[in-house]
Structures are given as C-alpha cells and as structure tokens.
Design a protein around this ligand. Structure first.
Ligand code: BG6
Length: 531
C-alpha cells in the first residue's frame, strides 16, 4: 500500500542510526558479534543440498562480515568421495551462484576456502570417526584452532542416531585432558517422524550429549521477522494490553509456497506437509505469537513460555477431526502463467500417493489469555504466491454510530509479513475527506527495507553464530519438539489410517487449496485472508 492510501511508519533518525550495516548486503544486525573463541565446525552430510545451498553460503556471508572467529575451520564429512580441492571448488561455484550469498569476493573466498576440509567416509564406519579425531587434533596443533567443536547433522534423519552414537563411541564429545573446550551438536529437522520416534531420538542423543549441548534447528526461528514477533509484542507498551481474547477475534497463520515438491520426493513422500511445516515452523510461530512474557530474553525463560503454549493447545478429537483439520494435494494447474504437473506426476512420487501437500487446521489455546480465540493455520505447496504471513484480526467495535457507512467498517487487522516484503501493517478505519462521514480502510505500514535500508538476512547466519556463542534461545528444546508432535499426533494417526474424504488431488496448482479449507473457517463465519 502506498503512503498516499495510508500512513507509512518511517524509522526515526536516531532509531536508524543504531543499525550498522556491516560489509555485504545481507547481514544488517549491529548486535551480531564475532564469537570470542574459535572452533571446528564439522558438517555431516557435506556433499548434500543443505550444505551447499544454506550452510556454506551463510558461513561465507559471516566471513564477509568479519564475524567468523579467529581459529575457525570447517570439516566436511560425507560418503561421496571428493578431494579437499574438489570440495573447495564446488563450494566456490555454489557461493558464486547463490542468491543468498554476498557478492563474491576473491580475496575473502581464498582465506575462507583455506579453512575448508573434507573427509570421505561412511557415517557408520569407525575409520571415518578415527580420521576425524586425527584431523581435529592435527588442526588444533597446526592451525591454532581451539579444541571447541560444533557438529552439524545435515544428513537424512535416519543417520542422526548413528552419527551421535559414533561421536560418543569414538570419544569425540568428551574431554579427557581437563580442557574447558566445549562440544555442541546442531540437529536438523525433521526431529523424529512422530511422537514416539522423537522421544526415542531425544533419548539416544541424551546418552551422548547433555541438553545444553543440543541445538535443534528450525530456520524460521532465525528469521528477522520471526525474532521481531517478541520485539513487537514486548518492546511496545501499546501492544501487550490488547494481545488477548478481550480484543483479538482470531489469528491466521499462512505459509504458502508456489514451489512444488522439486527433487525432494523421497523425503516428502515420507513426510508430507504436517511433518514438513506444521510440526516445526508453524507451531513455533504460533508459540511466539501466543506466549506470555518471559522473565528475560534467554534460552530458559523464552523456551519455558513457548512450551506453555504448546501444552495449552486443546487436543484434537479424532472423532470430529474433519471439522478442525483439512488435507489437500495439488493436481496439475497454472502458476504465474506456467503449467505445472500435479503432485502425483512429479518425479519420484507414487502415482497413487495420498501424501498431503496442503493442510489447514483450527487450534485453540486453552488458557486465560486465549481461551476461545481460534488460531487458523495453513500451509501448502503450489499455492498462488510465496508468502508467509500472520494476521491478527481484532474484534469489531462494540457500537457503530456511523449509521450510513456502518456496514463498511471492517475490523482492524494487524498483518505481520514474515516474508517476502518483510514488514507489518495495521488496517484501520479513517474518515474519507469530504463533507460526509464516510469511513474507509487505510493501512499503517512498517517495512524493513524502508525503515532499516536493508532486507533481513537469511536465517542461518544468525543461528550458526548463536550456536558458536552458546546461545540456545532460538533453538528447540526437547520438550517443545515432543509437545509439537503431541499436538499433531491425532491428525497424523487418523490421516495415515484413512483415505482423504475428497479423493486426491483436491486442489489445482495455483489455487488456495481445497474447498474444504475454506469451509473449515467459513463454519465460524470467517474467511482466509488471501490478499
Ligand atoms: C523447509 C521445508 O523446512 O522449509 C520446505 O522442508 C519448505 O519444504 C521450506 O519449502 C520453507 O522455508 P522458507 O524459509 O522458504 O519459508
């Protein structure tokens, strides 16, 4: 919305001057600090997609911003045979072509690449871990790299327990020399496949690592706009008093994607939308929106309050599940003028697959703040737009004395645009200029780009740096992961045991999901905000 249609919120000069733009366009936070201690960063699954698309570009961005610690090395560990030089050259190509990496600078790359190492090994073989131990010791002696170790499981989830057990078995997680060096492990999602497997995985990891050494990553938590939810709610005195059932009519969370399953059919055919998006990203967004104020901004307080929310979600009843949860799968359609195939025609997908590529749900948080305020949550692939958005709709005013235009007065809606076009807007009623009292909708607008002069960085820089600094606030604790599975358990069980009520595919690519999702919210007299 342009400022001629409403108000724009511009940051005051003194606000903006608090932000230092560090080298490169993607990292903007003045608060990011270079870790004081060096470390070895060991990536299991270094020949995979996550490493080349996210991890190495993020580390390169940190190098550009001079935020990597002194004495820092990366050791890639993967089964694909590669020489160190090959690994470096391949990573160079990815960084040069990554839309998420800073502009390529040869000088920065050269000193960064000198810190990249590679071990070809099977995740299950003892030799690989012995070699790793040997290399770590060698690097420690020669490269002035302190004994701190940050392991990253960027592998398919079935390898998580194998890697953890082997790290334990080969003494890579404990210190016998009395040194105070730290060892931490980052575990990618999906963390388990259901509640039982998540509990089991937690137990297996806890046999080797203590909870404060475990960093369960959810990249949504590292997004600036997601971190800003707490800032917006608790750094502004006017927000918190109205953030409850007295003023809020309902909340909508939408994570829409235009992309289909791409080349990830093997994973997605096992996972589906609930495990891929709801168990982690969407329930985390909901927890941040609904939580009470933490005592302080630290790993314990923030995560305690988030866990309270997940614990307060009313369990869905399998008997009338269709009223509160809807699943969908895309058929062929058109997105941005291009014809795209249906999910069942994608490479690697079973032609009779009943995996959901869309889900919508109504959840109730049963506590003093939110009792009877519905949270409507939906996510899907091959929808008309790539958009993650939160809409807080407030209650209507109690009495309308603008009789002639009363029916045009819409409730206030606060929209948090997580991505793209990151920002926040507030829909208000205002008197339209002229002799009569006509009310029109206008928007107050805050845009990250306008206010801070930069776009928010990708999430991985923040999260990697936090793990190096030992700050777990933006990572998931074991209880949150299990609680999130608990919320979804009735849906997962019912959906895996029954066929979809409307046979799949039940929405065309390029539309906003199945009709049943509209019906879910319409039953409560409400509608999804698609615009
Ligand atoms: C990942 C999911 O966790 O998140 C993907 O596995 C999904 O399927 C992605 O596309 C969405 O992330 P973002 O940051 O693009 O919203």
């Amino acid at each position: 919305m342009s400022s001629s249609e409403g108000w724009s919120v511009h940051s005051m000069p003194d606000v903006a001057s608090g932000t230092t733009t560090v080298e490169g366009p993607l990292i903007s936070r003045s608060v990011l600090e270079r870790p004081s201690e060096g470390s070895a960063f060991i990536i299991f699954g270094a020949s995979g997609d996550l490493t080349r698309r996210k991890l190495i570009p993020a580390l390169y961005n940190l190098a550009c911003a001079n935020l990597l610690p002194h004495g820092f090395v990366v050791i890639g560990f993967a089964v694909t045979p590669k020489s160190e030089e090959q690994f470096r050259n391949e990573m160079r190509e990815w960084v040069m072509n990554s839309p998420e990496a800073n502009v390529f600078r040869q000088d920065i790359w050269e000193s960064f690449a000198a810190q990249l190492h590679y071990i070809t090994a099977d995740f299950e073989s003892a030799e690989g871990y012995q070699e790793l131990a040997r290399r770590l010791q060698e690097l420690d002696e020669h490269d002035d790299c302190p004994d701190n170790r940050l392991f990253y499981c960027a592998t398919p989830p079935s390898f998580f327990p194998v890697i953890v057990q082997n790290l334990g078995r080969h003494g890579l997680t404990t210190r016998t020399d009395g040194s105070r060096a730290w060892t931490r492990i980052i575990i990618e999602k999906p963390f388990g496949h259901d509640l039982q497997s998540a509990i089991k995985l937690n137990e297996t990891i806890h046999e080797v690592f203590q909870e404060d050494q475990i960093y369960r990553i959810d990249h949504y938590l590292g997004k600036e706009t997601v971190q800003n939810i707490l800032a917006f709610r608790f750094a502004n005195s006017i927000i918190e008093p109205i953030w409850n059932r007295r003023y809020v009519d309902h909340v909508q969370i939408t994570a829409a994607e235009t992309l289909g399953v791409e080349h990830r059919a093997r994973y997605y055919e096992e996972a589906g939308c609930l495990r891929d998006m709801f168990q982690n990203h969407l329930l985390q967004l909901m927890a941040l929106l609904a939580m009470d104020a933490p005592v302080r901004y630290d790993g314990r307080s923030v995560r305690d309050r988030k866990a309270d929310v997940l614990r307060s979600i009313v369990p869905m009843n399998p008997e009338n599940l269709a009223e509160v949860a809807v699943r969908g799968q895309y058929g062929p359609g058109t997105i941005n003028g291009l014809s795209v195939p249906g999910y069942r025609e994608e490479p690697g997908v079973s032609p009779t697959s009943n995996i959901e590529t869309f889900a919508a749900m109504k959840l109730i948080v049963d506590n003093w703040r939110w009792a009877d305020v519905p949270f409507y949550i939906r996510s899907g692939k091959r929808l008309p737009a790539k958009r993650t958005e939160i809409a807080i709709q407030f209650k209507r005013v109690p009495h309308l004395f603008f009789r002639e235009t009363a029916d045009q007065i819409e409730p206030n809606v606060l929209t948090i645009r997580v991505q793209p076009d990151e920002g926040i807007s507030l829909k208000l009623g205002a008197k339209q200029p002229g002799p009569q009292m006509h009310i029109r909708q206008v928007k107050m607008e805050f845009s990250y780009g306008d206010a801070f002069g930069v776009n928010p960085e990708t999430a991985y820089e923040t999260l990697l740096l936090d793990a190096m600094q030992g700050d777990p606030t933006l990572f998931n604790r074991s209880d949150a992961v299990e609680l999130a599975w608990e919320v979804l358990e009735p849906v997962l069980e019912t959906w895996s045991a029954t066929r979809p009520f409307h046979p799949f595919p039940n929405y065309a690519a390029g539309t906003w999901g199945p009709a049943a999702a509209d019906a879910l919210i319409a039953r409560d007299g409400r509608a999804w905000k698609n615009q």
